[in-house]
Design a protein around this ligand. Structure first.
Ligand code: LLP
Length: 433
């Protein structure tokens, strides 16, 4: 009925997440409020696990791309569910370290890691640094040498595959700031250089073609291109690289019309390409990694707001203003992202009111969405925006010195704070006079 399995309607007609009434959650924790179903996050992780068993005989692993939503509790869940972790900054690494996430299952990404970040990664013993470019390779080799260590590395390769998604979240094409290009020979040059260096150990290759991708074809194409490159590397250098990381980017349902291909179709089709190409090229099947972020946490989250002003401009539109906005969800402003919203108290009733859901910031573009259909809403109602578990909290800001909402994790009939609400005191806590 809803875009996510963790949502339902109880006997009172209220929206529920797991077994919790969202109106009670809004009452207990206040609004705006991010709520996430721990059950759904764990189930999403388990789907990846089961799928690796089925399609690769367990010879692979899903890394949770923590940029989608990074906090201690979620890193802990990913750890407990046997996922690896993709981090892209000292901050994400620090979060992982703070809960003792196993270093060998961490992959450190980023197109411009600082020397300090590389030192941190080596100090913690991060299993794999996904090197973006040759400059980073040289710097890393020197840092590792000075620390008496050898860094396990992969290269991020641009496979030259164009995924059909929003321009801002497309990354596989040659004109991208991420990775080394195949077409120009840069990728082969990087591999050859790594083979000469003594403080890096190249274990595999990585690619990531973009995010919120519904179609499987570009993933298949990327896998094909990468395997052919693995074969070329073996021919040219004699190195048989044992790991292939195919990145993340699996689309999820934000609105009922969205029709992502689904994990099973993705894993079935991509593993067929991997097995087929390896057979054809005489390559051993590499250890396959993928890096889902959105598809682990996206549909597990909702945001609850309280409606304030309702402003109808006759013949134009109705603005329904809520107590959050672009500070907790900048995705409409950035990508014209679409969401489903409903009035929590009347979640099953007909949606007869067309609104522009506006935030509270001093910015005309501060909208959660336009032309959204809702159950009739009035000031004081709680509105739920669905599928906000990925890239909402993680991209939130303090614009207008609006404190970030808390994140509450729900599991069955239990709830707990995973990230506390920021206070006004927090807003001035870094200021000096
Ligand atoms: N691996 C790499 C190297 C990535 O750059 C990303 C996402 C992922 C994995 C995870 O992708 P996912 O499975 O979550 O699609 N802020 C944007 C999304 C940016 C994605 C950046 N990289 C949004 O709100 O849609």
């Amino acid at each position: 009925m809803f875009v996510s399995d963790c949502l339902g309607i109880n006997a009172k007609g209220h929206l529920t997440i797991d077994e919790k009434d969202t109106l009670e959650l809004a009452g207990e924790y206040g609004t705006p409020l991010y709520v996430m179903s721990e059950t759904q996050i764990r189930e999403n992780c388990r789907k990846f696990r089961r799928s690796f068993e089925e399609h690769y005989g367990g010879n692979g692993m899903a890394l949770y791309a923590s940029k989608a939503f990074c906090c201690k509790a979620v890193c802990r869940i990913a750890q407990e569910e046997g996922m690896g972790l993709d981090v892209v900054s000292a901050g994400e690494l620090y979060t992982a370290e703070s809960i003792g996430f196993p270093a060998e299952r961490i992959y450190f990404h980023g197109n411009n890691k600082t020397p300090e970040e590389l030192v941190e990664a080596l100090r913690y013993g991060v299993g794999t640094i996904v090197v973006d470019n040759i400059t980073e390779l040289e710097v890393l080799d020197q840092i590792a040498a000075s620390m008496g260590k050898t860094a396990g590395i992969m290269f991020r390769v641009k496979p030259g595959v164009d995924a059909h998604t929003h321009d801002f979240i497309r990354t596989g094409q040659i004109d991208s700031k991420f990775g080394v290009a195949l077409e120009t020979g840069e990728a082969m040059e990087a591999v050859c250089r790594a083979a000469e260096l003594s403080h890096v150990r190249l274990t595999g290759l990585h690619c990531h073609i973009g995010s919120q991708i519904f179609d499987i074809d570009p993933f298949e194409e990327a896998a094909r291109v990468m395997l052919r490159f693995l074969a070329e590397v073996r021919e040219r250098t004699g190195l048989t690289l044992s790991k292939l990381n195919l990145g993340g980017g699996f689309g999820i349902k934000y609105v009922p019309e969205n029709d992502p291909a689904g994990l099973e179709t993705y894993m079935g089709r991509v593993s067929a390409v991997v097995h087929g190409e390896c057979g054809r090229l005489g390559l051993p099947i590499p250890f396959i990694l993928i890096e889902p972020g959105r598809s682990v946490v996206g549909d597990a989250g909702i945001t609850l707001y309280r409606v304030g002003a309702v402003k109808t401009i006759p013949g134009v539109r109705t603005y329904l203003s809520v107590d959050g906005g672009m500070t907790d969800n900048p995705r409409y402003a950035l990508y014209q992202a679409r969401y489903e919203a409903l009035v929590a108290a009347r979640a099953g009733e007909a949606k007869t009111m067309e609104v522009t859901l506006a935030g509270r910031c001093c910015e005309s573009g501060d909208l959660i969405g336009e032309n959204m259909l809702l159950q009739p809403a009035a000031p004081g109602d709680v509105v739920a925006v669905l599928s906000t578990g990925a890239y909402n909290y993680s991209m939130a800001s303090n614009y207008n010195r609006v404190p970030r909402p808390p994140v509450v994790l729900v599991k069955g009939a239990e709830s707990r704070v995973a990230v506390r609400r920021e206070t006004l005191e927090d807003m001035i806590s870094h200021d000096e006079l």
